[in-house]
Design a protein around this ligand. Structure first.
Ligand code: ZN
Length: 90
């Protein structure tokens, strides 16, 4: 009887370890993937909140020759407000 309990706990433990390893591996891979995309220029940094966003999914604003990317409309609005304030100061 006690043997069955030990076996059950052991199986649970092995499954738990496998599951945790899997999660860790995919998280590592995600970080690597993100870094690779940053290196190749596919990932760009939102200057407002500092988040890295995919160029294709990012919200972009063209200001002269410069294109700035944002993670959300909220960040874009903050940036535009900031530009407006600077224009007023000039
Ligand atoms: Zn943002």
């Amino acid at each position: 009887m006690i043997f069955k309990v030990v076996l059950f706990v052991l199986v649970c433990y092995v499954l738990y370890r496998l599951f945790m390893n899997d999660r860790k591996k995919s998280a590592d891979q995600e970080v690597k993937e993100q870094k690779k995309r940053m290196d190749t220029g596919e990932m760009v940094q939102d200057p407002i909140c500092g988040t890295y966003v995919d160029k294709e999914n990012a919200i972009s604003v063209r200001n002269g020759d410069q294109v700035t990317y944002f993670c959300s409309y909220e960040c874009r609005q903050k940036y535009l407000d900031h530009l407006e304030e600077q224009r007023k100061l000039d």
